[in-house]
Write a protein that binds this ligand. Structure first.
Ligand code: BGP
Length: 470
């Protein structure tokens, strides 16, 4: 095989890392913050809730200083809607504005570009009580909230992300603590919610461009390449089905302003077509993203053979495990991939393929807003955390990102999950992802001190060398 000469990461490449408000901040009811669905969600009892999390709210200066020490060019964080507008609509909470304003200033002090997610799973509870995203009024509430963010922070924030992992909220809402009961019974409402989110997102793209001359905005779904279990045509078709329903439904709407035909026919077949109001499709067409942000942890594999009915129910309540859709696709165990301690398959080459697939389909600049490995890190003597497995995972993925750049993909940033340890969506604080260790356990808050992991020093060197030292 001919070995390609690798292209360098661009000089202004945005190296950084990510977090989300409810998973890292804590201070769940302080300074006028309203309740979000995450504060009251159906959370597993054997792991911590999100009330204190990593207490970033009170430690943001310390945390940002550590990010600066690593050399971050960007920091992707989310704003808690309920800190800004506690009830989702209506009154604005100045203390919430102040917190994010200070955080942004702190980042800019170190020349770290803020990359802001407007909404990362934590819908205001007040809106949920009125039907959440199923209620059309939530569209206006989101647009109004976005306008407040643009007015308050638009002078300092250049990069905006609308909705984190809309596709995972629709496909795996129960794993994320968003839904109760049998997901099948709520599907119709979900796809109505999905439509409203798509409309709201497009309106916000448009609003951003109207209000802020040089700002850039994009969606942030979780995108993974989908492998067929074999070259059997049924399997290939199943992979195509799953990719349309999992990936392209979301990005086709965000970028092309239309529904993906395969996903539409799936909704038709299931009787879950959303109500589309006059003018909605025009709204979808009008709002355009400037780039695509996406999260990638692993690839997916499916098969299309449904003869063995016994294998039908496999649902594991995890956002990275395929939930079978009878007659369309069924999860396949990819025997070529190793797994993390938490059962997520590790697939760096799949990352390169995913980057290529997205870029060739949409031709927009890409930024990776999550990628990483959750593990039970061990705090050893003298405050050492030897997270070699994390370094190995990230190294392999960065290598593949560079190969994708060499393939011609326009990639302008990489933000692994997560900058600092935080509470996982449903598996607690001990499923750790950070470069910075937070000294607490599920139910013992200890001293919450920050400790640099081995990966901290490694990533610092990666950034310093612009990806040359891996
Ligand atoms: C994504 C979410 C994040 C994050 C990550 C890791 O789906 O956007 O919020 O938590 O997955 O998942 P987990 O926390 O379940 O390990």
């Amino acid at each position: 095989m001919i070995r390609k000469e690798l292209k360098d990461f661009p000089d202004d490449f945005l190296w950084g890392a990510s977090t989300s408000a409810y998973q890292v901040e804590g201070a769940w009811d302080e300074d006028g913050k309203g309740l979000s669905v995450m504060d009251v969600g159906n959370h597993p009892e054997d792991v911590t809730d999100f009330k204190v999390a990593s207490d970033h709210y009170h430690n943001y200066k310390k945390d940002v200083a550590l990010m600066a020490e690593m050399g971050f060019k960007t920091y992707r964080f989310s704003i808690a809607w309920t800190r800004i507008i506690p009830e989702g609509t209506g009154e604005i909470n100045q203390k919430g504005i102040e917190f994010y304003s200070n955080l942004i200033d702190e980042l800019l002090k170190y020349d770290i570009e803020p990359l802001v997610t407007m909404y990362h799973f934590d819908l205001p509870l007040a809106l949920q009580k009125k039907g959440g995203w199923e209620n059309r009024e939530t569209v206006d509430a989101f647009v109004n909230y976005a306008e407040v963010l643009f007015d308050e922070f638009g002078d300092r924030v250049q990069y905006w992300l609308t909705i984190n992992e809309q596709n995972m909220m629709i496909l795996h809402g129960d794993a994320l603590g968003l839904l109760e009961g049998d997901p099948d019974n709520v599907k119709k409402g979900l796809y109505q919610s999905n439509h409203h989110m798509l409309v709201a997102q497009s309106m916000v793209f448009d609003l951003c461009h109207k209000k802020l001359e040089s700002a850039k905005i994009g969606p942030a779904p979780n995108i993974s390449t989908v492998y067929p279990a074999s070259s059997k045509p049924e399997d290939v078709l199943a992979a195509n089905n799953y990719s349309s329903i999992r990936n392209w439904l979301y990005l086709d709407a965000a970028v092309f302003g239309r529904y993906n035909a395969t996903a539409w026919s799936f909704m038709e077949e299931k009787g879950i077509i959303p109500e589309i109001k006059d003018g909605d499709m025009e709204i979808l067409k009008a709002g355009k993203p400037d780039f695509i942000a996406f999260n990638y942890y692993t690839s997916a594999s499916v098969e299309g053979d449904f003869k063995d009915e016994k294998k039908e129910s496999n649902y594991e309540g995890d956002q990275q495990v395929v939930d079978n859709e009878k007659g369309l696709y069924r999860r396949h165990q990819n025997e070529h991939l190793e797994k993390t301690e938490f059962g997520w398959e590790i697939d760096p080459i799949g990352f390169r393929t995913t980057l290529r697939e997205i870029y060739s389909r949409y031709n927009l600049p890409l930024i990776v807003t999550e990628n990483g490995l959750g593990a039970y890190d061990k705090l050893e003597e003298n405050d050492k955390i030897n997270d070699n497995y994390r370094i190995d995972y990230l190294k392999k993925h960065i290598k593949q990102a560079q190969l994708a750049i060499t393939d011609g993909v326009e990639l302008f940033g990489y933000c692994p999950w997560s900058a600092i340890d935080l509470v996982s969506t449903h598996q607690g604080i001990n499923k750790r992802y950070g470069f910075i260790y937070v000294n607490r356990d599920e139910f013992d808050l200890k001293d919450m001190r920050r400790i640099k992991k081995k990966s901290f020093h490694w990533y610092k060197d990666v950034i310093e060398s612009n990806g040359k030292h891996l």
